[in-house]
Design a protein around this ligand. Structure first.
Ligand code: NAP
Ligand code: MG
Length: 403
């Protein structure tokens, strides 16, 4: 059987613990037997980030900017316990944060749906994609505790030394205070990523915020989206029969719950953080969630939404065969291969990505799945398999479909 050819390499970012084990198995069992895989390999495992002074993470992000498509394994974000465990020189920053800062992207997360595992919300038939602005607001805020009798003021010093001041509150009792900001450039990048992603996936785009209360702050987000839609993206949306609208977040929440799904819901940083957890839980599991970072220049980084599954890794180290769900990591690969195929005009590679996903879904549909899903299965007795058995079952289906 002839393998499918690639022209441009994918940026491959290896990671840590259980997902690193799955990473290799997925390549060996589901990808390299079928695809003449070309990658530029970056080892983002914690030991290698430590050995390279974390340069490897920056190099990987730059490679994505150069080649356009990357696929990333889950990685450890070190904390104090990891400092000792891995004998680290420094408490390196989250690789996802570093990559996001370089690519200036927006994170899109969507559930993987399969018949037999129903969303908690009965009307949801199609996935709901959350687009989260991942910069600023409460995540980059200054905060203070305030004593009774204090006056809190908001002061901006302009570049010419002028001052603008507004009184926030005269505190008659103790209180708390926060100061948040966002940047016009980041808001614009966020909006562009959302419009591009909606066009690329043929889905409607909803954007919601609280502009009735935060008139200037959230109003700036609303106006940026509207301006870009009117000036640049509206014609393409109309051509494809897609819709964009802004609505108040309260209204959006109600509409989302009553909807069938199938849209992209763009949200500010905090709203996206909270709503993506709500949506993923209502759809089933973090191990059945795809995640992609899209930059305003149209570069794509695919990953799993979950972490390195440490508890399973320690079992693996003791020689136990674990039933870790590989779906999100497989879909990171299929997403990246499909996008590579689109960019390089390789229909064979795109078709392979489709069949890879279908083969995995087919295994689950047949009642064979990893432990995390067995609990959610509604069609009788599920057969629990190890990760390896799951991958073999998917590979068997993949080799029976024609290439
Ligand atoms: P986690 O790795 O997502 O795992 C938390 C729990 O969720 C697991 O113990 C497991 O539950 C369940 N789970 C997650 N993925 C699963 C899968 N594929 N199959 C089956 N069950 C799955 O989160 P964590 O334990 O909080 O974090 C572990 C490490 O991952 C940390 O060092 C963190 O820094 C890192 N992390 C990385 C990323 C990333 O790179 N994108 C994201 C988040 C966290 P049971 O134990 O009950 O089976
Ligand atoms: Mg959260």
């Amino acid at each position: 059987m002839e393998k499918i050819k690639m022209t441009t390499p994918l940026v491959e970012m290896d990671g840590d613990e259980m997902t690193r084990i799955l990473w290799q198995d997925i390549k060996d069992i589901l990808i390299t037997p079928f695809v003449d895989l070309k990658t530029e390999y970056y080892d983002l495992s914690l030991p290698n980030r430590d050995a390279t002074g974390d340069k490897i993470t920056t190099e990987a992000a730059e490679a994505i900017a150069r080649l356009g498509v990357g696929v990333k394994c889950a990685t450890i974000t070190p904390n104090t316990a990891r400092m000792t465990e891995y004998n680290l020189h420094e408490m390196w920053k989250s690789p996802n944060g570093t990559i996001r800062a370089i690519l200036d992207g927006t994170v899109f997360r969507a559930p993987i749906l399969v018949e037999g595992i129903s969303p908690v919300v009965r009307t949801w038939k199609k996935p709901i994609t959350i687009a989260r602005h991942a910069y600023g607001d409460v995540y980059k805020a200054a905060e203070m505790e305030v004593e009774a009798g204090s006056r809190a003021e908001l002061t901006v010093t302009t570049r010419f030394g002028g001052k603008k001041t507004e009184t926030i509150y005269d505190f008659e009792c103790d209180g708390v205070l926060t100061g948040q900001y966002n940047k016009a450039s980041s808001i614009e990048s966020f909006a562009r990523s959302c419009f591009n992603y909606a066009l690329g996936t043929n889905q409607d785009l909803w954007f919601s915020a609280k502009d009735t209360i935060a008139k200037k702050y959230d109003g700036a987000f609303r106006d940026t989206f509207q301006r870009l839609y009117d000036e640049e993206y509206g014609a393409q949306f109309q051509e494809k029969g897609l819709t964009y609208f802004y609505t108040l977040i309260d209204d959006a929440v109600a509409r989302v719950i009553r909807s069938e799904g199938g849209m992209i819901w763009a949200l500010k940083n905090y709203d996206g953080d909270v709503m993506s957890d709500m949506v993923s839980t209502a759809f089933g599991s973090l191990a059945m969630m795809t995640s992609v970072l899209v930059s305003p220049q149209g570069n794509y980084e695919y990953e799993a939404a979950h972490g390195t599954v440490t508890r399973h890794y320690y079992k693996h180290l003791q020689g136990e065969k674990t039933s870790t769900n590989p779906m999100a990591t497989i879909f990171a690969w299929s997403g990246a291969l499909r996008k590579r195929g689109e960019k390089d005009n390789l229909p064979g590679l795109q078709a392979f990505a489709e069949r890879l996903e279908e083969s995995c879904l087919d295994v689950i549909r047949s009642g064979v799945m990893t432990g995390d899903l067995c609990r959610l299965w509604e069609k009788g007795e599920a057969k629990q398999v190890t990760s390896g058995e799951f991958l073999e079952a998917a590979a068997a289906r993949l080799s029976h479909t024609t290439i």
